[in-house]
Ligand binder design. Sequence first.
Ligand code: WQD
Length: 336
Amino acid sequence: MILLTGATGYIGSHTWLELLQAGQRVIGIDNFINSSPKVLARLEKLSGKKLEFLQGDVCDPVFLESVFQSFPIKGVVHFASLKAVGESYSNPLLYYENNISGLIALLQVMQKHSCHHFVFSSSACVYGDPDVSPVKEDADLKPENPYGQTKLMSEQILRDLEKSDSKWRVAYLRYFNPIGAHESGMIGEDPNGIPNNLSPLVARVAAGRMEELKVYGNDWETPDGTGVRDYIHVVDLARGHVKAVEHLLSGKPSLTVNLGTGVGYSVMDVIRAYEKVIGRPIPYRVTDRRPGDVALYYADPSLARDLLGWCAERNLEQMCADSWRWQSQNPMGYES
Ligand code: WQD
């Protein structure tokens, strides 16, 4: 049985579905700090299975102990963490407490129950502003914001744990920029409050929930002057997690891999792709750069291909089409 923390979140919910469809038995936990319980009914409909779920906080050792007492957990996929870069600048203690203390509480209960297979939701943020792209896993690790620091520190904690006890097997998955939604339009990205990320903001402008998109600078050292990122479809990302779980459960060694497409797209590329999907212009205005932003980075995903037999299959147009289907079928997210 696989434990998913943060199971009703954007990436967690998509991974839950893919794990079920790959034949894995899953127990999900979440405290709904950045997700909706309405995901559960959607996932049951999509999977055709009864979900096993417990509401609780990954920072609560008593709750975690009860979970491990109740289920024969062989591996854990850890999504539960805060991930808003901007908020991590204004409230770093919240990020260190939730992301680091939560990880430690989880690892302690796993150790107590002899559960040593761990898939960690890391981030390309650990690279900071990479010197070159495509970025390889052995690039310098120099996060530029507290959120990225919590991801690097978490990796360090896990590597030290592995050195202390060879029974641990860890998959460090460094995500680039997840966007899109399941093709059904029934699950998708539904951030609480005002989104920070490009894709949900473009979707809201497209849906008329926001007047215009702010383009944070068009004077970057990039082909069209706007920021370039490696956008990866959330279903491709979820399937990378299924491969990582299967890799660890089959006794293969720990690994650190980038989960990206290897292709960089600019803000204008995303806007144009979205306009093609909805068949009308997306209003936008170029504004100043956003503090902490970098010009360009995208992944070298070859190691994930070689070690996991995984590669992203969906292109930018599919990401935007699936994102739009979710947005238009759920104008107010899960509260629609
Ligand atoms: C992408 C590009 C912006 C919004 C992400 C997420 C976070 C974390 C790190 C998880 C940039 C531009 C954006 C807008 C814009 N991921 N933009 N107008 O900055 O790569 O960071 O990765 O580990 O989820 O913060 O993603 O979507 O915020 O920005 O012009 O209204 O879009 O400048 O070039 P980013 P993003």
